[in-house]
Design a protein around this ligand. Structure first.
Ligand code: GLU
Length: 498
Protein backbone atom coordinates (compact mmCIF):
# COMPACT_ATOMS: atom_id res chain seq x y z
CA UNK A 1 0.00 0.00 0.00
CA UNK A 2 1.57 3.26 -1.02
CA UNK A 3 -1.10 5.73 0.06
CA UNK A 4 -1.01 6.62 3.74
CA UNK A 5 -3.81 4.80 5.46
CA UNK A 6 -6.57 6.84 7.07
CA UNK A 7 -9.33 5.14 9.03
CA UNK A 8 -12.18 6.57 11.01
CA UNK A 9 -14.50 5.75 13.88
CA UNK A 10 -17.71 7.79 13.87
CA UNK A 11 -20.08 6.76 16.66
CA UNK A 12 -23.40 8.49 17.25
CA UNK A 13 -23.66 9.95 20.77
CA UNK A 14 -27.04 8.36 21.39
CA UNK A 15 -25.86 5.98 24.11
CA UNK A 16 -22.75 5.01 26.03
CA UNK A 17 -19.99 3.36 24.00
CA UNK A 18 -20.99 -0.26 23.87
CA UNK A 19 -18.65 -3.22 23.65
CA UNK A 20 -19.82 -3.98 20.08
CA UNK A 21 -19.02 -0.53 18.80
CA UNK A 22 -15.79 -0.40 20.77
CA UNK A 23 -14.67 -3.52 18.94
CA UNK A 24 -15.14 -1.64 15.67
CA UNK A 25 -12.96 1.17 17.02
CA UNK A 26 -10.35 -1.36 18.10
CA UNK A 27 -10.15 -3.13 14.73
CA UNK A 28 -9.71 0.23 13.03
CA UNK A 29 -7.01 1.09 15.53
CA UNK A 30 -5.08 -2.18 15.19
CA UNK A 31 -5.20 -2.01 11.41
CA UNK A 32 -4.23 1.65 11.37
CA UNK A 33 -1.33 1.33 13.81
CA UNK A 34 -0.06 -1.80 12.08
CA UNK A 35 0.19 0.22 8.87
CA UNK A 36 1.31 3.42 10.58
CA UNK A 37 -1.77 5.23 9.42
CA UNK A 38 -3.95 7.97 10.85
CA UNK A 39 -6.97 7.32 13.07
CA UNK A 40 -9.81 9.82 12.87
CA UNK A 41 -12.44 9.99 15.61
CA UNK A 42 -15.60 11.75 14.45
CA UNK A 43 -18.99 12.25 16.01
CA UNK A 44 -22.24 11.61 14.12
CA UNK A 45 -24.60 13.80 16.08
CA UNK A 46 -27.23 14.69 13.51
CA UNK A 47 -29.92 12.80 15.39
CA UNK A 48 -30.49 15.87 17.54
CA UNK A 49 -33.33 14.36 19.52
CA UNK A 50 -31.25 11.48 20.86
CA UNK A 51 -27.68 12.84 20.85
CA UNK A 52 -26.30 14.27 24.08
CA UNK A 53 -23.06 15.81 25.26
CA UNK A 54 -22.97 13.27 28.09
CA UNK A 55 -23.02 10.33 25.69
CA UNK A 56 -20.32 11.95 23.59
CA UNK A 57 -18.19 12.42 26.68
CA UNK A 58 -18.78 8.79 27.61
CA UNK A 59 -17.54 7.70 24.18
CA UNK A 60 -14.45 9.87 24.55
CA UNK A 61 -13.78 8.58 28.08
CA UNK A 62 -14.21 4.98 26.98
CA UNK A 63 -11.79 5.42 24.07
CA UNK A 64 -9.24 7.03 26.37
CA UNK A 65 -9.62 4.30 28.96
CA UNK A 66 -9.20 1.57 26.33
CA UNK A 67 -6.12 3.42 25.08
CA UNK A 68 -7.44 3.65 21.56
CA UNK A 69 -5.72 6.89 20.68
CA UNK A 70 -6.86 9.05 17.83
CA UNK A 71 -4.62 11.30 15.78
CA UNK A 72 -7.32 13.64 14.53
CA UNK A 73 -10.83 14.37 15.55
CA UNK A 74 -13.00 15.35 18.41
CA UNK A 75 -11.22 17.38 21.13
CA UNK A 76 -7.97 17.10 19.19
CA UNK A 77 -8.76 18.92 15.97
CA UNK A 78 -6.84 18.40 12.76
CA UNK A 79 -6.59 19.34 9.15
CA UNK A 80 -10.14 18.28 8.30
CA UNK A 81 -11.97 19.92 11.21
CA UNK A 82 -14.72 20.18 12.27
CA UNK A 83 -15.16 16.53 13.28
CA UNK A 84 -18.71 16.78 14.54
CA UNK A 85 -21.45 16.46 11.94
CA UNK A 86 -23.61 19.18 13.48
CA UNK A 87 -20.76 21.60 12.72
CA UNK A 88 -20.39 20.44 9.13
CA UNK A 89 -23.81 21.38 7.75
CA UNK A 90 -22.47 23.97 5.24
CA UNK A 91 -20.17 21.31 3.78
CA UNK A 92 -23.09 18.95 3.17
CA UNK A 93 -25.13 21.77 1.64
CA UNK A 94 -22.45 22.38 -0.94
CA UNK A 95 -22.56 18.76 -2.14
CA UNK A 96 -26.34 18.58 -2.08
CA UNK A 97 -26.43 21.65 -4.30
CA UNK A 98 -24.05 19.91 -6.68
CA UNK A 99 -26.24 16.79 -6.86
CA UNK A 100 -29.40 18.86 -7.37
CA UNK A 101 -27.76 20.89 -10.10
CA UNK A 102 -26.54 17.80 -11.90
CA UNK A 103 -29.97 16.16 -11.73
CA UNK A 104 -28.71 13.37 -9.44
CA UNK A 105 -30.97 14.39 -6.60
CA UNK A 106 -34.42 15.95 -6.43
CA UNK A 107 -36.84 17.46 -3.97
CA UNK A 108 -39.68 15.19 -2.96
CA UNK A 109 -42.85 16.78 -1.62
CA UNK A 110 -44.80 13.56 -1.05
CA UNK A 111 -46.65 13.31 2.23
CA UNK A 112 -45.92 10.34 4.45
CA UNK A 113 -49.42 8.98 3.72
CA UNK A 114 -48.73 9.12 0.01
CA UNK A 115 -45.41 7.30 0.44
CA UNK A 116 -46.99 4.66 2.60
CA UNK A 117 -49.73 4.12 0.03
CA UNK A 118 -47.20 3.77 -2.82
CA UNK A 119 -45.16 1.29 -0.84
CA UNK A 120 -48.13 -0.89 -0.10
CA UNK A 121 -49.21 -1.03 -3.71
CA UNK A 122 -48.82 -4.40 -5.33
CA UNK A 123 -47.41 -5.18 -8.74
CA UNK A 124 -48.09 -8.68 -9.99
CA UNK A 125 -49.05 -9.75 -6.51
CA UNK A 126 -45.91 -8.45 -4.81
CA UNK A 127 -45.80 -5.40 -2.61
CA UNK A 128 -43.72 -2.58 -4.13
CA UNK A 129 -42.17 -1.87 -0.73
CA UNK A 130 -40.21 1.18 -1.80
CA UNK A 131 -40.59 4.76 -2.84
CA UNK A 132 -42.19 5.08 -6.26
CA UNK A 133 -40.06 7.93 -7.54
CA UNK A 134 -43.19 10.04 -7.98
CA UNK A 135 -41.43 13.42 -7.52
CA UNK A 136 -38.61 12.63 -9.93
CA UNK A 137 -40.67 13.96 -12.74
CA UNK A 138 -42.03 17.15 -11.23
CA UNK A 139 -41.74 20.06 -13.59
CA UNK A 140 -39.74 23.08 -12.58
CA UNK A 141 -43.01 25.06 -12.15
CA UNK A 142 -44.48 22.39 -9.87
CA UNK A 143 -41.35 22.38 -7.73
CA UNK A 144 -41.28 26.17 -7.53
CA UNK A 145 -44.90 26.44 -6.64
CA UNK A 146 -44.46 23.85 -3.87
CA UNK A 147 -41.49 25.77 -2.53
CA UNK A 148 -43.45 28.98 -2.61
CA UNK A 149 -46.30 27.38 -0.69
CA UNK A 150 -43.71 26.04 1.76
CA UNK A 151 -44.75 22.44 1.27
CA UNK A 152 -42.30 20.40 3.34
CA UNK A 153 -39.86 18.37 1.29
CA UNK A 154 -36.96 15.96 1.55
CA UNK A 155 -34.12 15.62 -0.93
CA UNK A 156 -33.78 12.21 -2.51
CA UNK A 157 -31.01 10.59 -4.43
CA UNK A 158 -32.02 9.76 -7.99
CA UNK A 159 -31.03 6.21 -8.80
CA UNK A 160 -29.43 5.69 -12.21
CA UNK A 161 -32.06 4.99 -14.91
CA UNK A 162 -30.46 1.74 -15.91
CA UNK A 163 -29.77 -1.01 -13.45
CA UNK A 164 -26.16 -0.95 -12.38
CA UNK A 165 -23.95 -3.39 -10.57
CA UNK A 166 -22.46 -2.07 -7.38
CA UNK A 167 -19.29 -3.93 -6.57
CA UNK A 168 -17.80 -4.02 -3.10
CA UNK A 169 -14.29 -5.37 -2.79
CA UNK A 170 -14.59 -6.26 0.85
CA UNK A 171 -11.25 -6.88 2.54
CA UNK A 172 -12.79 -9.56 4.73
CA UNK A 173 -15.49 -11.03 2.52
CA UNK A 174 -13.98 -10.62 -0.91
CA UNK A 175 -15.89 -9.36 -3.91
CA UNK A 176 -19.62 -8.73 -3.43
CA UNK A 177 -21.95 -7.57 -6.15
CA UNK A 178 -25.18 -5.70 -5.47
CA UNK A 179 -27.62 -4.33 -7.96
CA UNK A 180 -29.05 -0.84 -7.94
CA UNK A 181 -32.49 -2.18 -8.81
CA UNK A 182 -32.91 -3.40 -5.24
CA UNK A 183 -32.62 0.16 -3.98
CA UNK A 184 -34.97 3.11 -4.16
CA UNK A 185 -34.46 6.85 -4.36
CA UNK A 186 -33.22 7.12 -0.79
CA UNK A 187 -33.37 10.29 1.27
CA UNK A 188 -30.26 12.45 1.47
CA UNK A 189 -31.67 15.38 3.41
CA UNK A 190 -34.62 15.21 5.75
CA UNK A 191 -37.43 17.75 5.83
CA UNK A 192 -35.71 19.61 8.67
CA UNK A 193 -32.73 20.21 6.38
CA UNK A 194 -30.48 17.74 8.22
CA UNK A 195 -28.60 15.19 6.10
CA UNK A 196 -29.19 11.49 6.62
CA UNK A 197 -26.49 9.11 7.81
CA UNK A 198 -25.74 7.72 4.34
CA UNK A 199 -25.23 11.12 2.81
CA UNK A 200 -23.29 12.75 5.65
CA UNK A 201 -20.99 9.79 6.23
CA UNK A 202 -20.09 9.63 2.55
CA UNK A 203 -19.24 13.30 2.43
CA UNK A 204 -17.24 13.02 5.65
CA UNK A 205 -15.29 9.96 4.56
CA UNK A 206 -14.59 11.39 1.13
CA UNK A 207 -13.63 14.89 2.24
CA UNK A 208 -11.44 13.54 5.02
CA UNK A 209 -9.60 11.28 2.58
CA UNK A 210 -10.52 8.12 4.44
CA UNK A 211 -8.84 5.19 2.69
CA UNK A 212 -10.43 2.29 4.64
CA UNK A 213 -13.95 2.08 6.01
CA UNK A 214 -13.99 -0.66 8.64
CA UNK A 215 -17.35 -1.13 10.35
CA UNK A 216 -19.96 -3.67 11.38
CA UNK A 217 -21.63 -6.07 9.01
CA UNK A 218 -24.95 -4.40 9.75
CA UNK A 219 -23.94 -1.68 7.27
CA UNK A 220 -23.10 -4.02 4.44
CA UNK A 221 -26.44 -4.49 2.73
CA UNK A 222 -28.39 -1.36 3.51
CA UNK A 223 -25.76 1.33 3.56
CA UNK A 224 -22.54 0.51 1.73
CA UNK A 225 -24.16 0.09 -1.74
CA UNK A 226 -25.94 3.44 -1.36
CA UNK A 227 -22.74 5.12 -0.28
CA UNK A 228 -20.86 3.70 -3.25
CA UNK A 229 -23.43 5.21 -5.60
CA UNK A 230 -22.89 8.58 -3.95
CA UNK A 231 -19.10 8.28 -4.24
CA UNK A 232 -19.48 7.60 -7.93
CA UNK A 233 -21.91 10.39 -8.59
CA UNK A 234 -19.90 12.94 -6.69
CA UNK A 235 -16.71 11.88 -8.41
CA UNK A 236 -14.98 10.75 -5.22
CA UNK A 237 -12.46 7.96 -5.00
CA UNK A 238 -14.10 4.91 -3.41
CA UNK A 239 -12.34 3.73 -0.24
CA UNK A 240 -11.66 0.11 0.63
CA UNK A 241 -14.35 -1.51 2.79
CA UNK A 242 -14.16 -4.16 5.49
CA UNK A 243 -17.32 -5.36 7.23
CA UNK A 244 -16.68 -6.94 10.61
CA UNK A 245 -18.62 -10.04 11.66
CA UNK A 246 -21.54 -9.65 14.00
CA UNK A 247 -21.17 -10.39 17.69
CA UNK A 248 -23.80 -12.73 19.14
CA UNK A 249 -24.58 -13.80 22.68
CA UNK A 250 -23.60 -17.26 23.90
CA UNK A 251 -27.08 -18.53 22.96
CA UNK A 252 -26.49 -17.23 19.41
CA UNK A 253 -29.08 -14.49 19.76
CA UNK A 254 -28.52 -10.76 19.40
CA UNK A 255 -25.95 -9.56 21.90
CA UNK A 256 -27.43 -7.82 24.93
CA UNK A 257 -26.94 -7.13 28.63
CA UNK A 258 -28.31 -10.58 29.32
CA UNK A 259 -25.09 -11.98 27.89
CA UNK A 260 -22.90 -9.72 30.00
CA UNK A 261 -22.40 -7.22 27.17
CA UNK A 262 -22.31 -3.71 28.58
CA UNK A 263 -20.95 -0.26 27.95
CA UNK A 264 -17.18 -0.01 28.13
CA UNK A 265 -17.34 2.28 31.17
CA UNK A 266 -19.49 -0.33 32.96
CA UNK A 267 -16.63 -2.80 32.68
CA UNK A 268 -14.32 -0.19 34.14
CA UNK A 269 -16.67 0.15 37.10
CA UNK A 270 -16.85 -3.62 37.45
CA UNK A 271 -13.09 -3.72 37.93
CA UNK A 272 -11.93 -4.95 34.55
CA UNK A 273 -8.61 -3.84 33.10
CA UNK A 274 -8.68 -2.09 29.73
CA UNK A 275 -5.97 -4.52 28.58
CA UNK A 276 -8.34 -7.43 29.10
CA UNK A 277 -11.22 -5.74 27.34
CA UNK A 278 -9.19 -4.89 24.25
CA UNK A 279 -7.59 -8.32 24.19
CA UNK A 280 -10.93 -10.07 24.37
CA UNK A 281 -12.60 -7.71 21.89
CA UNK A 282 -9.84 -8.33 19.35
CA UNK A 283 -10.55 -12.03 19.47
CA UNK A 284 -14.22 -11.39 18.71
CA UNK A 285 -13.63 -11.86 15.02
CA UNK A 286 -9.87 -11.89 14.63
CA UNK A 287 -7.83 -15.11 14.66
CA UNK A 288 -4.18 -14.52 15.46
CA UNK A 289 -3.30 -17.82 13.73
CA UNK A 290 -1.56 -19.27 16.74
CA UNK A 291 -2.68 -20.85 19.96
CA UNK A 292 -1.78 -17.82 21.98
CA UNK A 293 -4.64 -15.79 23.33
CA UNK A 294 -3.27 -13.28 25.79
CA UNK A 295 -1.85 -10.24 24.04
CA UNK A 296 -0.97 -6.68 24.88
CA UNK A 297 -2.08 -3.90 22.56
CA UNK A 298 1.43 -3.73 21.07
CA UNK A 299 1.47 -7.44 20.39
CA UNK A 300 -1.89 -7.22 18.66
CA UNK A 301 -0.83 -4.23 16.56
CA UNK A 302 2.19 -6.20 15.47
CA UNK A 303 0.15 -9.21 14.35
CA UNK A 304 -3.13 -7.73 13.20
CA UNK A 305 -4.24 -8.35 9.65
CA UNK A 306 -7.73 -7.88 8.20
CA UNK A 307 -7.34 -11.05 6.18
CA UNK A 308 -7.41 -12.97 9.46
CA UNK A 309 -10.80 -11.60 10.41
CA UNK A 310 -13.59 -14.14 10.17
CA UNK A 311 -16.78 -13.79 8.21
CA UNK A 312 -18.89 -15.85 10.59
CA UNK A 313 -20.30 -14.22 13.73
CA UNK A 314 -18.25 -14.07 16.90
CA UNK A 315 -19.75 -15.26 20.16
CA UNK A 316 -19.42 -13.14 23.28
CA UNK A 317 -18.73 -15.09 26.45
CA UNK A 318 -18.65 -13.16 29.71
CA UNK A 319 -16.85 -15.98 31.53
CA UNK A 320 -14.10 -15.86 28.96
CA UNK A 321 -13.80 -12.13 29.41
CA UNK A 322 -13.30 -12.71 33.14
CA UNK A 323 -10.60 -15.24 32.35
CA UNK A 324 -8.81 -12.65 30.22
CA UNK A 325 -9.02 -10.18 33.07
CA UNK A 326 -7.41 -12.66 35.39
CA UNK A 327 -4.62 -13.24 32.90
CA UNK A 328 -3.94 -9.54 32.52
CA UNK A 329 -4.07 -8.99 36.29
CA UNK A 330 -1.31 -11.61 36.51
CA UNK A 331 0.80 -9.65 34.05
CA UNK A 332 0.64 -6.40 36.00
CA UNK A 333 2.77 -5.30 38.93
CA UNK A 334 1.30 -5.20 42.42
CA UNK A 335 2.11 -1.50 42.74
CA UNK A 336 0.20 -0.71 39.54
CA UNK A 337 -2.84 -2.76 40.54
CA UNK A 338 -2.95 -1.29 44.04
CA UNK A 339 -3.15 2.14 42.48
CA UNK A 340 -6.11 1.01 40.40
CA UNK A 341 -7.77 -0.44 43.49
CA UNK A 342 -8.27 2.97 45.14
CA UNK A 343 -11.74 3.73 43.68
CA UNK A 344 -12.95 0.23 44.54
CA UNK A 345 -11.84 0.52 48.17
CA UNK A 346 -13.41 3.84 48.94
CA UNK A 347 -17.08 2.85 48.83
CA UNK A 348 -16.83 0.29 51.61
CA UNK A 349 -16.43 1.87 55.00
CA UNK A 350 -14.75 -1.16 56.59
CA UNK A 351 -12.31 -1.58 53.80
CA UNK A 352 -11.49 2.08 53.56
CA UNK A 353 -10.78 2.25 57.27
CA UNK A 354 -8.64 -0.87 57.18
CA UNK A 355 -6.65 0.44 54.21
CA UNK A 356 -6.05 3.79 55.88
CA UNK A 357 -4.84 2.14 59.07
CA UNK A 358 -2.72 -0.51 57.39
CA UNK A 359 -0.90 1.30 54.62
CA UNK A 360 2.14 -0.88 55.27
CA UNK A 361 0.32 -4.19 54.99
CA UNK A 362 -1.66 -3.57 51.82
CA UNK A 363 1.09 -4.66 49.48
CA UNK A 364 1.71 -7.94 51.32
CA UNK A 365 -1.99 -8.69 51.58
CA UNK A 366 -2.50 -7.92 47.93
CA UNK A 367 0.41 -10.15 46.96
CA UNK A 368 -1.11 -13.04 48.86
CA UNK A 369 -4.52 -12.52 47.34
CA UNK A 370 -3.67 -11.67 43.77
CA UNK A 371 -3.87 -15.22 42.49
CA UNK A 372 -7.53 -15.29 43.60
CA UNK A 373 -8.52 -12.03 41.96
CA UNK A 374 -10.61 -12.03 38.82
CA UNK A 375 -11.43 -8.32 38.82
CA UNK A 376 -10.24 -5.33 40.82
CA UNK A 377 -13.50 -5.51 42.76
CA UNK A 378 -12.51 -8.83 44.27
CA UNK A 379 -9.77 -7.38 46.44
CA UNK A 380 -12.01 -5.11 48.56
CA UNK A 381 -14.59 -7.90 48.55
CA UNK A 382 -12.11 -10.25 50.18
CA UNK A 383 -11.11 -7.63 52.72
CA UNK A 384 -14.75 -7.07 53.57
CA UNK A 385 -15.39 -10.80 53.78
CA UNK A 386 -12.42 -11.31 56.12
CA UNK A 387 -13.76 -8.62 58.38
CA UNK A 388 -17.11 -10.37 58.50
CA UNK A 389 -15.55 -13.57 59.93
CA UNK A 390 -15.41 -11.84 63.27
CA UNK A 391 -19.21 -11.93 63.43
CA UNK A 392 -19.72 -15.55 62.46
CA UNK A 393 -21.45 -18.01 64.76
CA UNK A 394 -19.99 -21.18 66.29
CA UNK A 395 -22.54 -23.79 65.29
CA UNK A 396 -21.00 -25.20 62.14
CA UNK A 397 -18.06 -27.62 61.93
CA UNK A 398 -18.09 -28.35 65.65
CA UNK A 399 -17.31 -32.02 65.19
CA UNK A 400 -14.33 -31.23 63.01
CA UNK A 401 -12.45 -29.24 65.59
CA UNK A 402 -13.43 -30.99 68.77
CA UNK A 403 -9.97 -32.61 68.96
CA UNK A 404 -8.06 -29.43 68.27
CA UNK A 405 -8.17 -27.78 71.66
CA UNK A 406 -4.39 -28.07 72.27
CA UNK A 407 -3.67 -26.45 68.94
CA UNK A 408 -6.16 -23.63 69.38
CA UNK A 409 -4.97 -22.98 72.93
CA UNK A 410 -1.31 -22.94 71.95
CA UNK A 411 -1.95 -20.73 68.96
CA UNK A 412 -3.95 -18.31 71.05
CA UNK A 413 -1.43 -18.24 73.87
CA UNK A 414 1.50 -17.18 71.72
CA UNK A 415 -0.27 -14.80 69.40
CA UNK A 416 0.93 -11.77 71.34
CA UNK A 417 4.53 -12.79 70.73
CA UNK A 418 4.25 -12.28 66.96
CA UNK A 419 6.49 -9.26 66.54
CA UNK A 420 4.89 -7.72 63.45
CA UNK A 421 1.37 -8.30 62.23
CA UNK A 422 2.14 -9.25 58.65
CA UNK A 423 1.66 -12.32 56.47
CA UNK A 424 5.25 -13.58 56.74
CA UNK A 425 5.40 -13.46 60.49
CA UNK A 426 1.95 -14.96 60.95
CA UNK A 427 2.88 -17.72 58.56
CA UNK A 428 6.05 -18.31 60.51
CA UNK A 429 4.13 -18.36 63.77
CA UNK A 430 1.62 -20.96 62.47
CA UNK A 431 4.51 -23.20 61.51
CA UNK A 432 6.36 -22.83 64.78
CA UNK A 433 3.18 -23.60 66.70
CA UNK A 434 2.84 -26.75 64.59
CA UNK A 435 6.42 -27.76 65.25
CA UNK A 436 5.96 -27.39 68.96
CA UNK A 437 2.89 -29.63 68.89
CA UNK A 438 4.35 -31.87 66.21
CA UNK A 439 1.51 -31.41 63.80
CA UNK A 440 1.72 -30.13 60.27
CA UNK A 441 -0.06 -29.78 56.94
CA UNK A 442 -3.78 -30.30 56.94
CA UNK A 443 -3.88 -31.20 60.64
CA UNK A 444 -2.38 -27.85 61.41
CA UNK A 445 -4.07 -25.53 58.96
CA UNK A 446 -7.52 -27.05 58.70
CA UNK A 447 -8.65 -26.67 62.35
CA UNK A 448 -7.24 -23.14 62.47
CA UNK A 449 -9.03 -22.20 59.27
CA UNK A 450 -12.32 -23.66 60.45
CA UNK A 451 -12.05 -21.95 63.81
CA UNK A 452 -11.25 -18.57 62.30
CA UNK A 453 -13.35 -18.54 59.12
CA UNK A 454 -15.96 -21.30 59.42
CA UNK A 455 -14.86 -22.31 55.93
CA UNK A 456 -13.15 -25.42 54.61
CA UNK A 457 -11.02 -23.53 52.15
CA UNK A 458 -10.16 -20.07 50.92
CA UNK A 459 -7.22 -17.75 50.48
CA UNK A 460 -4.05 -18.24 52.52
CA UNK A 461 -4.79 -18.29 56.22
CA UNK A 462 -2.08 -15.79 57.21
CA UNK A 463 -3.56 -13.15 54.94
CA UNK A 464 -7.01 -13.66 56.45
CA UNK A 465 -5.54 -13.38 59.93
CA UNK A 466 -3.65 -10.22 59.04
CA UNK A 467 -6.75 -8.54 57.64
CA UNK A 468 -9.08 -9.63 60.46
CA UNK A 469 -6.79 -8.12 63.04
CA UNK A 470 -5.39 -9.61 66.22
CA UNK A 471 -8.32 -8.96 68.50
CA UNK A 472 -10.93 -10.46 66.17
CA UNK A 473 -8.84 -13.62 65.73
CA UNK A 474 -8.25 -13.89 69.45
CA UNK A 475 -11.97 -13.48 70.21
CA UNK A 476 -12.93 -16.30 67.88
CA UNK A 477 -10.24 -18.70 69.15
CA UNK A 478 -11.02 -17.90 72.71
CA UNK A 479 -14.70 -18.61 72.24
CA UNK A 480 -13.99 -21.88 70.41
CA UNK A 481 -11.74 -23.03 73.22
CA UNK A 482 -14.55 -22.38 75.68
CA UNK A 483 -17.03 -24.27 73.55
CA UNK A 484 -14.75 -27.29 73.10
CA UNK A 485 -13.88 -27.38 76.78
CA UNK A 486 -17.48 -27.25 77.89
CA UNK A 487 -18.55 -29.84 75.32
CA UNK A 488 -15.74 -32.32 75.86
CA UNK A 489 -15.04 -31.84 79.53
CA UNK A 490 -18.32 -30.60 80.98
CA UNK A 491 -18.27 -29.90 84.68
CA UNK A 492 -20.20 -32.49 86.67
CA UNK A 493 -23.12 -30.14 87.14
CA UNK A 494 -23.34 -29.38 83.43
CA UNK A 495 -23.35 -33.09 82.64
CA UNK A 496 -26.45 -33.48 84.73
CA UNK A 497 -27.98 -30.66 82.86
CA UNK A 498 -27.90 -28.29 85.84
N1 GLU B 1 -22.69 6.26 13.40
C1 GLU B 1 -22.64 5.01 12.70
C2 GLU B 1 -22.75 3.87 13.70
O1 GLU B 1 -22.41 4.08 14.85
C3 GLU B 1 -21.35 4.90 11.92
C4 GLU B 1 -21.34 3.81 10.94
C5 GLU B 1 -20.12 3.87 10.04
O2 GLU B 1 -19.05 3.52 10.51
O3 GLU B 1 -20.24 4.29 8.91
O4 GLU B 1 -23.20 2.81 13.35
Amino acid sequence: MNKKIRVRFPPSPTGNLHIGNARTALFNYLFCRHHEGTFVFRIEDTDFARSTEAFMQNEIDAMNWLQIHWDEGIQRGGEYAPYKQSERLPIYRQYIDQLLKEGKAYRCFCSSEQIEQDRNETVEGAMVGKYSGRCRHLSRQETESNLERQVPFVIRYQLPENTQDIVIQDLIRGKMVFTSSNLDDFILVRSDGIPTYNFAVTIDDATMNITHVIRGEDHLFGNTPRQILLYRDLGFEIPAFAHLPMILGSDKTKLSKRHGAFAVTDYKEMGFLPDAIVNYMALLGWSPKSNEEVFSMEEMIERFDLSHVNVSPAVFDFEKLKWFNQQHMKRKSTAYLIELEAPFMKDRANVKKWAEEHQDSIEGVFESLRKHLVTLQDFPEYIEQFHQYEHLGFKEHREEIMDSLPLLEAFLAGLDTVPNWNTEEISHYIQSTGQELQIKGKNLYHPLRIAITNEEQGPDLPVIIVVMGKQAVKNRLHRWCEIIRSTKYPAEGEKDGN
